[in-house]
Design a protein around this ligand. Structure first.
Ligand SMILES: Nc1ncnc2c1ncn2[C@@H]1O[C@H](COP(=O)(O)OP(=O)(O)OP(=O)(O)O)[C@@H](O)[C@H]1O
Length: 260
């Protein structure tokens, strides 16, 4: 299967601080890639590269074989751990905003049939994430789990091909997290998404991902901690969820890892 995303010899540097070095990676369409690694390894920087918020200082990021433009596009959506919804807008308006803004960049509002179509799309997406009964609520009236459902609806209503998740469930209680895991798995399948998720929770990484990548430094210089950057040090394809995703002949399961 050809890669949806390819990174070729990608480096991210801030002055003389090397954060990511020599990253070569292919990600297949409809993969669910979990990214783990120590704090400060460059996981969020990696997501910003894919999102187009940041350009690599060296190397190339390709989407469908074409160099990625250094700006956010509708083909990529993102959900952060917190603060990605607008507090002054209702659930429905938060979700419609993602549709209205690109079409009416000055006013942020559509009118007539275009507005009705945007409303219908937003309502359908809110029903898909389980917020069909909460259209008129404001974020302050909602639990953390509901706010993350809204953030997911906001990202998905623009029908991105790639959904980037940066610790999306990190602030949620365990029971709510389990509900969100079921939700994101269903949405991944229903919308044929390619998901790239950063998480500190190893169990979450393995239970959701079709592939787990560990970002870390291969080399350390104790006298110059920023001299070397992180790269992919482990790349584990998982067999347990690959029916719908990127099958790899040499894939392994969590059980395989436990036995090694
Ligand atoms: N704009 C910037 N200027 C300088 N350094 C930066 C900038 N953005 C990130 N960094 C540095 O890059 C390194 C990687 O940061 P990043 O947030 O990507 O790591 P992370 O793996 O996501 O960390 P965490 O798990 O703690 O969220 C950190 O040392 C950070 O201080």
């Amino acid at each position: 299967m050809s890669a949806l995303l390819s990174l070729r010899d990608v480096w991210v540097e801030y002055g003389d601080r090397i954060v990511i070095e020599k990253l070569d990676l292919d990600i297949a369409a409809q993969a669910f890639v979990s990214i783990v690694g120590p704090s400060g390894a460059g996981k969020s920087s990696f997501l910003r590269l894919i999102l187009g918020q940041e350009a690599p200082t060296r190397g190339t990021v390709l989407l469908d074989g074409i160099p990625l433009v250094p700006e956010c596009g509708p083909d990529r959506g993102v959900v952060f751990q917190r603060y990605s919804v607008f507090p002054h807008l209702s659930v429905l308006r938060n979700t419609m905003f993602g549709l209205e803004c690109p079409k009416a960049p000055l006013s942020g509002r559509l009118f007539g049939s275009a507005r009705r179509a945007a409303r219908d799309e937003a309502v359908a997406m809110l029903e898909a994430v389980g917020l069909g009964d909460s259209l008129d609520l404001y974020p302050a009236q909602m639990s953390g789990g509901m706010q993350q459902r809204l953030a997911i609806a906001q990202a998905l209503v623009q029908r991105p091909r790639i959904l980037l998740l940066d610790e999306p469930f990190g602030a949620l209680d365990p029971g709510i997290r389990a509900d969100m895991h079921a939700l994101i798995t269903r949405l991944w399948r229903d919308y044929s998404l390619t998901i790239i998720m950063v998480t500190h929770d190893i169990r979450e990484a393995f239970s959701l991902g079709t592939r787990v990548l560990t970002l870390d430094k291969r080399r350390h210089d104790p006298h110059a901690p920023h001299r070397y950057g992180a790269t992919v040090v482990y790349d584990l394809p998982l067999r347990n969820r690959t029916d719908e995703a990127d099958c790899e002949s040499d894939s392994i399961t969590i059980d395989d890892i436990g036995n090694n």
